[in-house]
Design a binder for this molecule. Structure first.
Ligand SMILES: [Zn+2]
Length: 87
């Protein structure tokens, strides 16, 4: 069975076998009666918890930084401005 092609959600590089990749995702939980969102960073080989949402694949430290900065600034892992590409 062929593995699905994985690309970095930040820089679009294609994953190869020996790369050290990361998964960055969000995890909701209740803390002191409030709903809070935690940022979870796990190594690619570890299966993310089922409750993790918006999981992104990152090819390395640099791209993990981008995702962390994005989350700290916007509370989301999505790119702030979604460009409408005219084709
Ligand atoms: Zn990348």
């Amino acid at each position: 069975m062929r593995e699905q092609r994985t690309t970095c959600d930040v820089c679009d590089v294609v994953k190869r076998e020996v790369n050290h990749w990361w998964v960055v995702g969000l995890f909701d939980e209740t803390c002191n009666g409030r709903n809070v969102t935690r940022l979870i960073i796990s190594s690619y080989d570890e299966t993310p918890t089922p409750t993790t949402r918006s999981a992104k694949d990152a090819c390395g430290e640099k791209c993990v930084h981008v995702l962390v900065s994005r989350w700290m600034a916007t509370g989301s892992l999505e790119e702030k401005v979604q460009e409408v590409k005219s084709q």
